[in-house]
Design a protein around this ligand. Structure first.
Ligand SMILES: [Zn+2]
Length: 378
């Protein structure tokens, strides 16, 4: 990425323990997960579950099969409004009886007004400040991502904030691996497109300032089938309400003694460990309730679970969601503007953008601007 790597600021950025939903919320609010509340897409929230109409049928175990999960989701989608990235995904590997308790943690797309009830996003601040925003690539239908960038040209009178979004690199990395020739080529295209559009914007008389960020890195992984793995070891996964993500299995176990026994059994499996109360606090993911589970089993590298609530993970070369202390978990932060010294964190993104846009930075954020206020003028 010759253009990006020639910028005055090229830095690593510390990420969150979680997936992109956690990262986006931290980046765009400037507060950590225990304050913005987004950790996983699937949460247990029976009172708002789009599947709550299924409750009378929940103990019909004989209809617990994939076509019924798909049908139930299709029906639920009809009367649930969502504009979020994932919408209401099909719950694939999950107990039928648990589905009526599950809800998605986000119903909107993060640039939309009032994305979160817990904290305003940088997009809310821009709207309040009357800043015109142009968003490129964040479409649900094609062209999206890099394809949308290709067809986009800056106008003679560009918006104050142009947001180019692409999930292509993440998507291809999952399937083919971060170091694959295809992903290397994609990354090169990202660099070329940014350079070209930046140069064109500058040529039109605007003075563009560039900030580029990602939300996390990627790790090469080895797929592991959790259904077979747990069965072989005599752990009855289906005995408890649970949700399987790529490298987490989250349980809801009411009985305190049974919970303790499960924690011990999980810790002895040799593929990860149950997050302790101290870790939840340290990673700023303690939600003070059990919406994301009361036993959070973290599966460590090199393992990535193939059979999850999301599906089958047939193409799973690379994944994220591992401990933020691993260097490969780091995100990146690049800018045409000089940044302060010291470690950078996802929560620094929102206040940094606010500073560049001359918007008041909310007090009491967890992050702080990486730019000085002199950088704002222009
Ligand atoms: Zn991803």
């Amino acid at each position: 990425m010759p253009f990006l790597s020639s910028q005055p600021t090229v830095r690593r950025m510390h990420t969150e323990l979680g997936y992109s939903v956690t990262c986006h919320a931290s980046m765009y609010t400037g507060v950590r997960p225990d304050r913005h509340g987004l950790w996983f897409i699937w949460q247990r929230r029976p009172q708002t579950s789009p599947f709550r109409w299924m409750r009378p049928f929940r103990f019909l175990d004989r209809i617990d099969n994939l076509p019924m999960h798909v049908l139930a989701t299709k029906i639920s989608r009809r009367f649930t409004r969502t504009s979020s990235w994932f919408g209401i995904p099909y719950p694939v590997h999950v107990r039928w009886r648990d589905i009526p308790d599950l809800d998605v943690a986000e119903r909107k797309l993060w640039p939309e007004p009032h994305y979160l009830e817990t904290a305003p996003t940088i997009f809310d601040l821009m709207q309040a400040g009357g800043i015109r925003v142009e968003i490129v690539g964040m479409n649900r239908k094609p062209p999206r991502g890099l394809s949308a960038w290709r067809t986009w040209q800056p106008s003679a009178n560009p918006a104050r904030f142009t947001f180019l979004f692409a999930g292509d690199v993440d998507h291809e990395s999952h399937a083919l691996g971060q170091d694959s020739p295809q992903v290397t080529s994609l990354v090169k295209q990202v660099d070329e497109l940014i350079e070209d559009r930046y140069v064109r914007m500058a040529a039109s008389g605007a003075r563009p300032r560039l900030v580029v960020w990602s939300d996390h890195g990627h790790h090469d992984v080895r797929p592991l089938n959790p259904l077979a793995f747990f069965k072989d070891r005599g752990f009855e996964l289906r005995r408890y309400p649970h949700v399987i993500d790529t490298n987490f299995i989250r349980f809801w176990i009411d009985d305190v003694e049974e919970r303790a026994r499960c924690v011990n059994a999980l810790d002895e499996l040799g593929i990860g460990h149950v997050l302790t109360a101290d870790e939840l606090t340290q990673y700023r993911v303690d939600m003070r309730d059990d919406r994301y589970g009361n036993v959070i089993f973290y599966v460590d590298l090199p393992w990535a679970l193939s059979h999850t609530i999301w599906g089958f993970g047939r193409r799973l070369a690379s994944a994220h969601g591992y401990l933020p202390s691993y260097p490969k978990s780091d995100a990146v932060f690049v800018s045409s503007e000089p940044a302060r010294e010291g470690p950078l964190d996802l929560v620094d993104v929102a206040p940094s953008l606010a500073t560049l846009l001359d918007l008041p930075v909310p007090a009491d954020l967890d992050g702080s601007s990486v730019f000085t206020s002199e950088a704002a003028t222009g």
